[in-house]
Design a protein around this ligand. Structure first.
Ligand SMILES: [Zn+2]
Ligand SMILES: [Zn+2]
Length: 336
């Protein structure tokens, strides 16, 4: 099979063996995969991962020894593969298992390949009404929805989402279901327009605009979601949050942030880190079309165009770049 392999700052598309299945694993044929900011960070050396990346995908089960009921099912997957035995895993939270593998990120090959092996317990069936293009968004949408699982949001809460990248847009689109008072702050008019099309209020902030000027202009918020992807974003969030307010941090950046903690102490700010979420919840949002993720697609490339697709995804301001890995025979883009 064809697979992308990252190593030594190079992208190699090579012929490799179709992975075998251990007990409790399924062989998944990948239909569509999405390139995420994390994949770009991995390429740049984050997580010291070498192998096949790709953790946002939709596919079909082609083999699952001992689980005949899974054959032919379209699936997406939870990317955290726990040991199954530690106290985190026993409580159903493989995300924090110390010896976890993470599909396409840590210790297990991902979906930029024709096939990958996935633990059966990580699989989630895609509802018939959700096409592969939308299903690819289950993983990042779950991460966006996780914010409202971690923190109680009242309909009257004034919420700001900082950053109009893929995560910022998804967070805004997801959180508009939880508050009637949401503002997305970003830099790119064309991306803010995508949010406006989904009836989200937006505001443009300047690249060099000082945080205190932004705060003067926008006022204070009960909750700020930091999704800028930049180490400086946390300071903008701190400038915007009210005393005793909450900041949810979504950005992971290779360079560390510099925070003046005295403001956090004096204003008693809650800062909450937020990563992956509930895939089934995301699939329900997609099934009922509560969110329109298709608007976030930059372009769909054939798998043979991986290098070009990756370059496109690396361009500043690009939206979700998708790879059509195998022709699934199901309509992909009728409604796109
Ligand atoms: Zn991702
Ligand atoms: Zn574990």
């Amino acid at each position: 099979m064809k697979a992308v392999i990252f190593g030594n700052n190079q992208i190699n598309v090579m012929e490799t063996q179709v992975p075998g299945q251990k007990q409790g694993e399924a062989l998944v044929k990948v239909y569509m995969a999405g390139i995420c900011g994390t994949d770009i960070e991995i390429f740049n050396g984050y997580a010291e991962f070498s192998g096949t990346p790709g953790h946002e995908f939709a596919g079909i089960v082609e083999a699952a020894p001992g689980y005949p009921e899974l054959l032919g099912k379209r699936i997406v997957a939870d990317i955290n593969c726990g040991c199954g035995e530690c106290r985190w895993c026993r409580h159903g939270d493989a995300r924090h298992c110390e010896s976890r593998r993470v599909i396409g990120i840590r210790g297990i090959n991902g979906a930029f390949a024709e096939y990958l092996s996935v633990p059966v317990k990580n699989l989630h069936f895609i509802p018939d009404s959700v096409d592969n293009l939308r299903a690819v968004f289950a993983e990042p949408l779950a991460a966006a929805l996780e914010i409202a699982q971690q923190i109680h949001i009242k309909n009257t809460d004034r919420v700001a989402v900082l950053g109009d990248g893929k995560m910022g847009l998804l967070a805004a689109i997801a959180l508009k279901h939880y508050t009637g008072n949401l503002l997305l702050a970003g830099r790119y008019p064309e991306k803010l327009a995508i949010a406006e099309d989904q009836r989200i209020d937006t505001v443009r902030i300047g690249r060099k605009e000082p945080d205190k000027d932004i705060a003067r202009r926008l006022g204070q918020f009960d909750m700020v979601v930091e999704a800028t992807g930049s180490p400086a974003g946390i300071n903008t969030a701190l400038a915007l949050v009210r005393p005793k307010g909450r900041i949810i941090v979504k950005s992971t950046s290779r360079s560390p942030s510099q925070i003046d903690f005295s403001g956090v102490v004096v204003d008693e700010i809650h800062i909450v880190g937020s990563r992956c979420g509930d895939i089934d919840l995301a699939l329900r949002f997609l099934e009922h079309r509560w969110v329109d993720v298709a608007a976030l697609v930059e372009k769909i490339y054939p798998f043979s165009g991986f290098t070009e697709a990756f370059e496109r995804a690396r361009q500043k301001g690009s939206l979700k770049v998708l790879l059509d890995i195998n022709d699934s025979g199901t309509p992909q883009s009728n409604s796109f």
